[in-house]
Ligand binder design. Structure first.
Ligand code: 5GP
Length: 192
C-alpha cells in the first residue's frame, strides 16, 4: 500500500535496530484518512471471505479495527483487554502473550459473551513482529471454538518470524506494508 509506505518513510523513526515508531499517524496521533484507506484495503484483500466480527487487542489496535469494521458493513469489534478490572466479566477466554517491545509477558482476556462458535473472525493489529500478539488472539478465538478467517496487519517486520508462525497454523496473513530490513536507520520494503 503505497500511501502507507510513503508515510512510514517520511514520518517513521527507528529505535535501536528493530523498532519502528510511527506515533504521528498510527500509535499516538491518528490519521483518519489513512485509516480509511487501510480499511478499504483490508476489505479488498478479504473480500472473498465471510467475516462476522473483528478481534484486536488494546490499545493501538482498537482505532484501526473500528475503521476497518466500517468497511465490512459495521460488524462488531471486540478488543482483548490487557488489564484485569472489576468491571470485566469474570467468565473470559484468556492467554499469555510475550511482548518483545516491553520484554515482559502479559495476559490478554476477552469476555465469553462476545465471541461465539459461529463467529468468523478477522484479527487486526498494528504491527507483526514475532507474532505473539496475533497468536494470542488466535488462541482466544480457538478457545471460543470460532473460526479465524485471517490476520490483517498494518505494518509487518519480515525480519522477525511472526508471519511463518501464523501461516503454520493454516491462517492467511495480509500485511499492508512489509519491511524487509532496517539497516543504519534505513527502512527497506519488500516489493508488492
Ligand atoms: P509481536 O507480538 O508480533 O512480536 O509484536 C506485535 C505487537 O508488538 C504489536 O501489537 C505492537 O503493539 C508491538 N510492536 C511490535 N513491533 C513494533 C514496532 O516496531 N513498533 C511499534 N510501534 N510497535 C511494535
Amino acid at each position: 500500500m503505497e500511501v502507507l509506505k510513503e508515510k512510514i518513510l517520511t514520518e517513521g523513526t527507528i529505535i535501536g535496530s528493530k523498532i519502528l515508531k510511527v506515533d504521528s499517524f498510527l500509535n499516538h496521533q491518528i490519521d483518519i484518512n489513512l485509516f480509511n484507506e487501510i480499511g478499504k484495503e483490508f476489505k479488498e484483500r478479504f473480500s472473498s471471505h465471510e467475516i462476522t466480527k473483528i478481534l484486536t487487542v488494546e490499545a493501538s489496535g482498537i482505532g484501526i479495527a473500528c475503521i476497518v469494521a466500517q468497511h465490512f458493513g459495521n460488524i462488531p469489534v471486540v478488543f482483548a483487554k490487557k488489564h484485569e478490572a472489576a468491571n470485566l466479566d469474570s467468565d473470559t477466554y484468556e492467554t499469555d502473550v510475550f511482548s518483545f517491545t516491553k520484554n515482559k509477558t502479559y495476559k490478554i482476556r476477552a469476555s465469553k459473551k462476545y465471541i461465539n462458535p459461529e463467529d468468523k473472525i478477522l484479527i487486526i493489529d498494528d504491527f507483526l513482529a514475532n507474532g505473539n500478539a496475533s497468536l494470542g488472539l488466535v488462541e482466544i478465538v480457538r478457545q471460543a471454538k470460532a473460526k479465524v478467517v485471517g490476520v490483517g496487519i498494518v505494518i509487518e517486520k519480515a525480519f522477525q518470524n511472526g508471519r511463518i508462525l501464523i501461516e503454520n497454523e493454516g491462517i492467511k496473513v495480509e500485511s499492508l506494508a512489509i519491511i524487509k530490513s532496517i539497516q543504519d536507520s534505513k527502512i527497506v520494503f519488500k516489493d508488492a
